[in-house]
Write a new protein. Structure first.
Length: 151
C-alpha cells in the first residue's frame, strides 16, 4: 500500500478497472461501478450471448467493442445481445450496435437484441434502428430468432 504522502499510482476514477477484473470474458467493472459490464458466453440453445449492463457511451463503448471482437461469427451462427441491463446509450453506442450488425451480416450470421428498456427502444425506433436490427422482448425470444433453422 502506498505511503499516505505519496499519490496512489493505481488507475482510478471513471474508466479505471475495478476490483476483480481480468478474467476471460469479463470487460466490465465490478458491481459498485456505474460504468458498463459486459460478459461473453453462450446462450442455452447455441448462439453466442453478450450481456451488457450499465451505460453505453463514448467512455465505455471500447469494452463492448472488445467483447464483440471475441465472438467468432460464421455462416449460420447466431449472436444475441442481452441489453436488458442497458441504462443509457449514446450515438457512439448506436454506431457500435450498427457495426455489430454489419459484421454479423458480412459473416452470414444473425444478430438479435434482447430486453431493451422501453425508453431506449423508443430512441432506437426514432433513429430507424428497428429497420435494420432485430429486437426481442427476452433473451429466450432472441435465441429462438437466431437459433438453428431460424435463418
Amino acid at each position: 500500500m502506498p505511503d499516505s504522502d505519496q499519490p496512489d499510482p493505481r488507475p482510478h476514477g471513471p474508466g479505471a478497472p475495478g476490483p476483480g477484473l481480468g478474467g476471460p470474458g469479463s470487460h466490465g467493472f465490478g458491481p459498485a461501478d456505474s460504468g458498463l459490464a459486459v460478459t461473453v458466453g453462450a446462450a442455452p440453445g447455441g448462439p453466442s450471448l453478450v450481456t451488457v449492463a450499465g451505460d453505453l457511451d463514448h467512455h465505455t463503448a471500447p469494452r463492448l467493442q472488445a467483447a464483440l471482437a471475441e465472438v467468432a461469427l460464421a455462416p449460420g451462427a447466431g449472436l444475441v445481445l442481452d441489453l436488458s441491463g442497458l441504462t443509457y446509450c449514446d450515438s457512439i453506442g448506436i454506431t457500435l450496435l450498427v457495426g455489430a450488425h454489419q459484421r454479423a451480416r458480412a459473416a452470414g450470421a444473425a444478430l438479435a437484441l434482447a430486453g431493451l428498456d422501453p425508453d431506449i427502444s423508443r430512441v432506437f425506433h426514432v433513429v430507424g434502428l428497428d429497420q435494420i436490427l432485430s429486437f426481442h422482448g427476452s433473451v429466450e425470444e432472441a435465441v429462438r430468432a437466431v437459433g438453428p433453422g431460424a435463418h
